[in-house]
Design a protein. Structure first.
Length: 117
């Protein structure tokens, strides 16, 4: 069955870095757009970044220049390198896989990122 398993979250001080990973199984990873979303308490889920099948990338304005998304199709894994973290980056981060041709849309269980001193 389809699985997206996130890891790498945790507590970090402002200005620090974290690297999130999302390991995928159960579908043809290379054919899917992979994305990271986040949801802070009391707020709607928002898209942070996505990477296409040709490794084209897109970022939310709030994270441009600080976050980098990448993918390794051989390892079926997508990464989110987060630098210069701010308290407002605190949220549960979710991995997403989407394929337009059949509108398949898969979600991971989420990993907590807390930025606090």
């Amino acid at each position: 069955q389809v699985q997206l398993v996130e890891s790498g979250g945790g507590l970090v001080q402002p200005g620090g870095s974290l690297r999130l990973s999302c390991a995928a199984s159960g579908f043809t990873f290379s054919m899917y757009v992979m994305g990271w979303y986040r949801q802070a308490p009391g707020k709607q889920r928002e898209r942070v970044a996505f990477i296409g099948t040709s490794s084209d990338t897109n970022y939310a304005d709030s994270v441009k220049g600080r976050f980098t998304i990448s993918r390794d199709n051989a390892k079926r894994t997508v990464y989110l390198q987060m630098n210069s973290l701010k308290p407002e980056d605190t949220a549960v981060y979710y991995c997403n896989a989407w394929r337009a041709v059949n509108n398949n849309n898969y979600w991971g269980q989420g990993t907590q990122v807390t930025v606090s001193s």
